[in-house]
Design a protein around this ligand. Structure first.
Ligand SMILES: [Zn+2]
Length: 270
């Protein structure tokens, strides 16, 4: 599933090909995404110049003169630039034909993604209640400390709650908790202010690192497909249940928290 770093990598990859370009036509081959693509998307977007390519949480916001195209990649969606008129294969549901001769092509085998039109995207029901960006100024350990007081839920699902902070998916929550030495099962309300400050720093670090990694594959957005931002050999905990801890040599344990597999070291994480 594309996580925040992959979405940011996508944004950086497509931005130079879209900024200032005019959309000549929108070709929708299959409207049936998580919500139907609006019938009038072609008439709303055609003829307009793309002025902004932004991201909020895992939503890409393609800002045109009269409104914004909100794109979510869902479970399996991807965007890339192709030559306009290149025949579409299976699952290549949408093309935005640009005046450069290229097309921005949306592919989504499982069709859990979304492509919606909005005059005010940040006020859209999908976006209005989202918490702060993890790499932005409004997110810090103090926020985690304040929102967690009195909460008995485990700290891992707490930091994965989009109302607390957006974009901390399972892989990044697992790795940040390992790096901060915090047991993912610990009650959110029992973590000290100092430990939340450390955790907030680790969340920023793992996400920034993954974005940097994704950045090495930017060229693939023309013609190819994006790559995940993290490489298997860099992971300390995620996906390593039953293997040895790289720090202390203990066997990593796996539990389920909030319906998600959670791997941790019983010696390094308290
Ligand atoms: Zn360990």
């Amino acid at each position: 599933m594309p996580e925040l770093p992959e979405v940011e990598t996508t944004r950086r990859g497509i931005e130079p090909h879209l900024l200032g370009r005019r959309v000549e036509r929108v070709i929708v081959r299959d409207r049936r995404l998580r919500w139907p693509i609006p019938d009038d998307l072609d008439s709303r977007l055609s003829g307009q110049r793309i002025e902004r390519v932004e991201r909020r949480a895992k939503y890409l916001l393609l800002g045109a003169e009269a409104g914004t195209l909100i794109v979510h990649l869902g479970m399996s969606g991807s965007l890339r630039l192709v030559e306009g008129g290149l025949p579409a294969r299976k699952h290549e549901h949408v093309d935005l034909l640009l005046d450069s001769g290229q097309a921005l092509r949306y592919t989504d085998p499982r069709r859990f993604g979304a492509m919606l039109w909005s005059g005010d995207p940040l006020a859209h029901p999908l976006l209005v209640s989202l918490g702060p960006e993890p790499l932005g100024e409004d997110f810090d350990g103090e926020r985690l400390y304040r929102l967690s007081r009195g909460r008995s839920m485990a700290v891992k699902p707490f930091i994965m709650d989009n109302a607390v902070v957006v974009g901390v998916g399972n892989i990044y929550a697992t790795e940040a908790l390992f790096a901060a030495g915090i047991d993912p099962r610990r009650a959110a309300g029992s973590v000290s202010r100092a430990r939340y400050q450390r955790l907030a720093e680790e969340i920023r670090r793992v996400l920034a690192h993954a974005i940097e990694r994704g950045g090495t594959t930017l060229r693939d957005f023309v013609g190819g497909d994006g790559q995940p931002g993290y490489f298997q050999q860099e992971l300390f905990a995620y996906g390593r249940g039953g293997e040895f801890c790289k720090t202390c040599g203990s066997t990593l344990r796996e539990v389920r928290l909030g319906q998600r597999a959670s791997v941790y070291c019983g010696r390094c994480q308290r």
